[in-house]
Design a protein around this ligand. Structure first.
Ligand code: SAJ
Length: 442
């Protein structure tokens, strides 16, 4: 351990990073940027090629510049080969996907396979740090077993194991890596200090803890957020029935110093909140009440509720879904990102298509259209459309020129605002029939 600590202090450390995704690559680039030599390992040769050209395989503000300068400086390289990538590694960081399967059970296949490869090539004294989110008990259970059987080395005496779950949000990853305090835990416990020392080079705050607590805390964060958003969405459905504007109600409730309700919307997307609650849910007794699953169901229902609002809006102008042209603004799962993973827009668009509507989709960042026709511009999306549906809170959508849009749409134009980002009075004044999540429609 002393050897690792000295190497960290002298910036004379080789890091290998397995899994060059939204979390792994920014972390690798940041470690290279503070002076370590980092080799990224990814099974996708296209991703490896892009990184070695000094580019990022996906958009993330600020990332490409750091990748480029560190590739040029010779501190950051990428390979598809575990043997090559692990040749000099003192520390291996593992940031591979840990999704749920079709039954919403954790699917740790990729993690198991990666550890199988890592074990074959690591040397005595290596520190293996898992960054991927895992169900409680996984690190000292499955992960430790997989690593020991593939490496034939004892975790504790011969190799070290750590858990340092990521806590940054796509779109803000670079800033949040530094700003959000990092949970860090090592096994054996004495090695936690080395992991703290390593992460202190890129994070402003570190919270040292034990592995089991870090596993639960990481899942608790995202589950709490999912439940909070589900509450906001449930409140929105209630407000629609009792004639109250949910945004106003939430704003007032949040003026209480101990209340902080999230924003209601068209549902919850992204790779984290849609999955992590199920990891925690593994530990609940199926016979007990289950808040976590109920919250997931509320959030999963929301895109279908947007379909109900669209149908209601069309009915007001005497149109059926199958004779309508609908303009969906936003396929990304949240504002100002290009990421379409688990986006509520997917469910919405597929349901609208199933109901027979013609669906056009515009997103300034995200390439997904989920079966709808891609419209390159807002104008080509809304032209002659019956209804414009706002699904993502991109900054560009908050300042739409509604007058221009009205003139391009069919007569009796409709808006369904699932993000509550437009001004209803302005829209109504311009002649739109305006429908939104969480407000009664007369
Ligand atoms: N959303 C709402 N209302 C809100 C906030 C979000 O409907 O008030 C929706 C978003 O539009 C989106 C979804 O929820 O569809 C999730 O977005 P998000 O910004 O809450 O979270 P993610 O998935 O981008 O990132 C989360 C973050 N976790 C927390 O904020 C507790 C991030 O810090 C984690 O690192 C990340 O999960 C992760 O990788 O686990």
């Amino acid at each position: 351990m002393g050897g690792l600590s000295d190497k960290i202090g002298a910036k004379d450390l080789h890091l290998a990073l397995v899994g060059c995704g939204y979390v792994g690559l920014p972390m690798a680039a940041l470690f290279a940027d503070v002076g370590f030599r980092v080799t990224c390992i990814d099974k996708n040769s296209e991703v490896v090629e892009i990184i070695n050209e000094g580019r990022s395989p996906f958009p993330e503000p600020g990332l490409e510049e750091i990748v480029d300068s560190n590739v040029k400086a010779g501190r950051l390289t990428a390979t598809t080969s575990y043997t090559e990538g692990l040749k000099w590694a003192d520390v291996v960081l593992v940031s591979v996907q840990t999704p749920v399967d079709e039954n919403r059970r954790p699917d740790l296949t990729t993690l198991r396979q990666s550890l199988g490869q890592i074990g074959k090539s690591i040397r005595r004294g290596t520190l293996v740090t898992i960054v991927s989110t895992v169900p409680p008990g996984t690190i000292l259970g499955e992960v430790k077993n997989w690593l020991e059987s593939s490496s034939r080395l004892h975790v504790g005496n011969e190799i070290l194991l750590a858990y340092a779950p990521e806590r940054s949000s796509p779109g803000k990853t670079i800033r949040e890596f530094a700003e959000n305090p990092r949970l860090v835990a090592g096994w054996p416990a004495e090695c936690t200090q080395v992991v703290v020392q390593l992460f202190e080079t890129i994070c402003n705050g570190i919270i040292p803890t034990d592995i089991e607590s870090a596993e639960v805390a990481k899942l608790a964060e995202n589950t709490y957020r999912d439940i909070n958003i589900a509450f906001a969405n449930q409140l929105a459905l209630i407000c629609e029935r009792c004639g109250v504007d949910v945004v106003n109600a939430v704003r007032m409730a949040n003026s209480h110093p101990r209340v902080s309700i999230a924003d209601p919307g068209p549902g919850v997307g992204g790779p984290c909140l849609t999955k992590d609650p199920y990891f925690l849910d593994c530990e609940t007794d199926a016979r007990e009440m289950n808040l976590i699953r109920t919250a997931r169901m509320v959030n999963d229902y929301m895109p279908r509720h947007v379909v109900v609002l669209v149908a209601r809006a069309l009915k007001q102008i005497g149109k059926a879904m199958e004779h309508s042209t609908l303009a969906v603004l936003g396929s990304a799962y949240k504002g100002n990102v290009a990421d379409g993973r688990e986006s509520p827009s997917r469910t919405l668009i597929q349901e609208l298509l199933r109901a027979g509507a013609a669906v056009r989709v515009h997103d300034p960042f995200c390439r997904e259209s989920f079966g709808g026709v891609v419209a390159a511009t807002i104008e080509s999306c809304v032209k002659d459309a019956d209804c414009m549906i706002l699904m993502t809170d991109h900054e560009a959508f908050k300042t739409l020129n509604l007058r221009k849009i009205r003139d391009m749409m069919q007569s009796k134009p409709l808006i369904v605002d699932a993000r509550r980002i437009l001004n209803p009075s302005e829209a109504e004044h311009l002649g739109f029939a305006y429908f939104e999540i969480g407000r009664a429609h007369v």
